[in-house]
Design a protein around this ligand. Structure first.
Ligand code: C2E
Ligand code: CA
Ligand code: CA
Ligand code: CA
Length: 274
């Protein structure tokens, strides 16, 4: 038993070492990756309610690390935020997404914005500059925000949102339903779209309550004149349920995982052949 305890301890110790090691790698290498095009974007299709047509794509950042393989954002976005790297990272993502958007003249391109990035006083100017430089129609750009953007200074957030919308840029509220004040936000802020958080769909089959919540969110969004998107759609049952409710757009593994830009090119070419 004593031996077992020691083994267990060293197991946790190894886990800790591994976590610290990874974090160190992240801190050391991320700055370099941002500065040298060492990141890449994958795109996940956003489908019309019938699941037939790609209406937009969401850009999701990936970090192909020489030794760690493809690192997903949950492992480095928070580090970027802590280490002051989220501004250059966010600008790189926006610039690349606007460049890639030129490949798909009929699609909307959605870009995730960290709350810290959004609250930076130069954010709107930086978006304006990048969009202008790329030459894309600003109405094709959608920024996915979370409730965190309003923390500290709701007036400043409101002003920034109005400026962005005045440019024609669309605003989506991501992870809708997970925060505390979602309903107040909808009334106060100039949002075009809500994205129902994946967690509601995950538990939808097992508990009737989640299905009721999804139902309510879709109807609320529609009643307020917002576009309603569901994320994390994985099964045909979920698709049918959401379509029947009147959810406008769907995103999830049922349709496609996030893929490299070339794969989106192929999907669009195939769709136009039909
Ligand atoms: P998110 O914005 O909520 O993005 C949705 C996440 O769910 C993505 O994970 C996507 O790959 C995953 N997903 C999509 N469909 C399904 C599905 O059907 N089932 C399941 N289980 N998962 C699905 P990913 O790419 O790992 O991104 C995680 C989070 O990292 C994002 O959550 C977003 O908050 C953040 N993120 C990603 N790219 C960026 C970026 O460029 N900038 C910032 N600031 N954050 C980003
Ligand atoms: Ca998102
Ligand atoms: Ca989300
Ligand atoms: Ca999320």
């Amino acid at each position: 038993a004593k031996n077992e305890g020691r083994n267990r301890y060293s197991f946790f110790e190894r886990q800790m070492d591994e976590a610290l090691r990874l974090r160190k790698i992240v801190e050391d290498d991320l700055r370099n990756a941002i500065a040298n095009d060492g990141l890449t974007l994958h795109y996940q299709p956003q489908m019309s309610a019938d699941g037939e047509t790609i209406v937009g794509v969401e850009a999701l950042v990936r970090w192909p690390h020489p030794r760690q393989g493809l690192i997903t954002p949950n492992r480095f976005i928070s580090v970027a935020e802590e280490r002051g790297l989220i501004i250059p990272l966010g600008e790189w993502v926006l610039r690349r997404a606007c460049e890639d958007a030129k490949r798909w003249p009929n699609l909307r391109v959605a870009v995730n914005v960290s709350a810290i990035q959004f609250r930076h006083r130069d954010f709107v100017r930086s978006v304006m500059r990048i969009v202008t430089e790329s030459g894309i129609d600003p109405t094709r750009l959608e920024l996915e925000l979370t409730e965190g953007v309003v923390v500290d200074d709701a007036d400043a957030a409101e002003e920034a949102m109005m400026e962005l919308r005045a440019l024609g840029i669309r605003l989506a509220l991501d992870d809708f339903g997970t925060g505390y004040s979602s309903l107040i936000y909808l009334r106060r802020f100039a949002i075009d779209k809500i994205k129902i958080d994946r967690s509601f769909l995950e538990s939808m089959e097992t508990t009737g309550e989640s299905a009721i919540l999804v139902h309510s969110i879709v109807h609320l969004g529609r009643a307020l004149g917002l576009t309603v998107t569901a994320e994390g759609v994985e099964t045909r049952e979920q698709h049918q349920f959401l379509q029947a409710l009147g959810c406008h757009e769907l995103q999830g593994y049922l349709f496609s995982k996030p893929v490299p830009a070339e794969e989106i090119d192929r999907m669009l070419a195939m769709a136009s052949d039909e």
